[in-house]
Design a protein around this ligand. Sequence first.
Ligand code: FAD
Ligand code: DLZ
Ligand code: SF4
Length: 507
Amino acid sequence: MSRLVLVLGDQLTTEVAALKAADKSKDVVVMAEVTDETTYVKHHPKKIALILAAMRKFAARLGEDGWDVRYTKLDDPDASDSIGGELLRRAEETGFDSALVTEPGEWRLINKLKHLPLTTEMLGDDRFIASHAEFEKWADGRKALRMEYFYRDMRRKTGLLMDGKDPVEGKWNFDHENRKPAPDEVTHEPLWFEPDETVEEVLELVERRFGNHFGDLRPFGFATDAEQAEKVLDHFIEKALPRFGDYQDAMLSEHKFLYHAIVSPYINIGLLDPLEVCKRAEAAYQSGDAPINAVEGFIRQIIGWRDYVRGIYFLEGPEYTDRNFLGHDREVPGFYWGKPTQMNCVSKAVAQTGEEAYAHHIQRLMVTGNFALLAGLDPHGVHEWYLEVYADAFEWVEAPNVIGMSQFADGGVIASKPYVSSGAYINRMSDYCKGCSYKVSAKTGDKACPFNLLYWHFLMRHRDKFEENPRMAQMYRTWERMDEERRDAVLRDADRWLAKLDKGELV
Ligand code: FAD
Ligand code: DLZ
Ligand code: SF4
C-alpha cells in the first residue's frame, strides 16, 4: 500500500520517524507552506523565513535522494490554508487514502491531524532522549517532577559525561560555577550566512506577506540547511563553548549573544540532532578543549531541560497553556512589541528580540519573564508573545518554559518557587542599569526601579501561596524586618506605577 508521508516545517531531517518508516519506491512525501501555520500566532518574520527556506532546501534534498516530493509553496494558487487541507488535496491527486505522520510538537496540530478523513498513522517523534512512555514512567508516583533527577537518568541512559555508574569529576551538576557577571570583553560572535538564491526568494515572500509582523526580517543570517547548521555548531564548540559556562547568565547591551550557541532554532527544526550536539560538546571536554563546568552545563540544557520540558508538555495535556494559578490578568503592554519604555533592561531585551528573533535564557527568564510575573500579566498572553517572537519557539518547548518555569502559572509543576527578582539581580548580571532612567538602588519614589517596587508587591499579593514555601520564607522575613512606613511607601509606589502602566503612560 502506498501512503502519503507528511514532513512538517520542524521535522526537517531524514531521521524523522515518518521518513524512516516510509518506502521511497512507492510513498509520496507531502510538505506544505500554509497560512494556518504561518499565522496561528503572528510569528517573527525571521522565524517564518528560517522555516520556509529550510523546508524548501530540505524538499530539494529529498528530491535529489530519489523521493517523490509534493511541495506546496505559500503563493501556489491551488494551495489550501492548512496542513490537513494539503494532505487531503494530495490524497485526491494521488488516489492514496492513508498517511504516515510524525507526531507534531503541538496539541493543536495533533488534534487536527487525528480528525482527518484519512487513515493516519502517527508515529512518536524519536528525536528526543526519552519517549512519552519513559517520561510517564519516570514521573509516575513522584511528589515533585524536578528536572535534576530526570537529567541524571538521561546521563545514565546516554552515557554522556559518565565514568561507569558515576558522573565524571564526581558531580552531576557544576551550575554554581556558572554565574559569573558579565565580562568586560567578549571575544565571540556567532556564525551567520549570506542569503543564497532560495533564501532570497523566501525573504521577498515573507516581506510581502508578513511585513506587518513584529521584528526585523533583514539582515537575515540563519543557517537554513544541515550543512550550514553543522558549521554553526563547529564554530560554537571551538570559539565559545570553553567560556559558555562562566558567562551563561550574563547580559550585555552590546553583545547580544555572549558565549551562547544559538543552535536551538536548528535543533528544534531538525537541522541538528540533539544527541550529536551533546556528543560534540563531550568530545571537546575529553580532548581538554573545554572545561567541565561549560560542557556539563551545556549538555544539561539539552538532555536535561530540553527533554524534560517536552515530557512535561505532553504529560500535562492540551489545557496546559490555559493555566493561571496566580490569577494574573493584565494585558501584555505595548512595549513588548517595541513601544517605548524607560526600563532599559526590558527595552534592550525586546529590541534585541525584534532584531534577531533571539534572546538568551536569562533575558527571557529574568527580564521579560520576570517583569511579566511581577506585574501580573495574563500568562496566556505572555505565552503567545514568546511563541510569536523567538525563532526557536514551538509550543512543546515554549509553553513549559513560559507557563511553567517563567510565569508559575502551572502552580509549581516545573519550578519549586517563582523566578522573581528585584533590580539587584539584573544589575549584578548586566550593564543595563547603567543606561536606565530608573535607579536600581532606589527602593521607593519616582525614580525607583520598577522591579524593586513590583518584587514586594508580587510577594504581598501572593503571600497566602508562598509564605510557607521554605525557599521563600527568607524574603518574607526580610519584609517583616522593614519598618512599616517603608513597607507602605513601597506598596503605594508600586500601585501608582501599575496605574500608570494601565493608563498606557510611558513607564
Ligand atoms: P544555549 O544557552 O547555548 O543552550 C544550549 C541549548 O540548550 C539550546 O540550544 C537549547 O536547545 C537547550 N536549552 C537551554 N535551555 C533550555 C530550556 N529551558 N528548555 C529547552 N531547551 C533548552 N527554548 C527553545 O528552544 N524554544 C523556546 O520557545 C524557548 N522559550 C523559552 C521561554 C522562556 C521564558 C525561557 C526562560 C526559556 C525559553 N527557552 C526556549 C530556553 C532557552 O532560552 C533557549 O533554548 C536558548 O536561549 C536558546 O539559545 P541557545 O541555542 O543560544 O542556547
Ligand atoms: C512554525 C511553522 C511555520 C511558520 N510555517 C510552517 C509551514 O508553512 N508549514 C509547516 O509544515 N510547518 C510550519 N511551521 C511549523 C509548524 O507550525 C509546527 O510543525 C507545529 O507547530 C508543530 O510543532
Ligand atoms: Fe531594569 Fe531597574 Fe536596571 Fe532599569 S534600573 S535597567 S528597570 S533593573
